[in-house]
Design a binder for this molecule. Structure first.
Ligand SMILES: [Zn+2]
Length: 91
């Protein structure tokens, strides 16, 4: 049996599938309470992860999922900002 390298795994907030951390996109609430996309995965703060798929992003932004994951209210403006950052990140 081949030994597998241990890869950190996170659950996608959208589809709840487990994926290697490297495959996922992080959304973070910074210590300044700013909510943003964190493509580097290194920003300080409480983070959550979604697959690099718009479906998963939309699922994560719907209802109170993001709010629960980040333990903070997320306004429509903040959601729009995340979508914009997402679009830029995908290019
Ligand atoms: Zn997903």
């Amino acid at each position: 049996m081949a030994r597998k390298k241990k890869i950190p795994v996170r659950t996608c907030l959208g589809c709840q599938e487990k994926q290697s951390k490297r495959e996922l996109v992080r959304i973070v609430r910074t210590p300044e309470s700013e909510i943003k996309l964190d493509p580097t995965g290194k920003a300080n703060g409480r983070g959550t992860y979604v697959c690099p798929s718009e479906d998963c992003l939309e699922k994560a932004l719907k209802k109170d999922k993001l709010k629960k994951a980040l333990n903070t209210g997320v306004s429509e403006e903040e959601k729009e900002k995340i979508r914009t950052e997402w679009d830029q990140f995908q290019k």
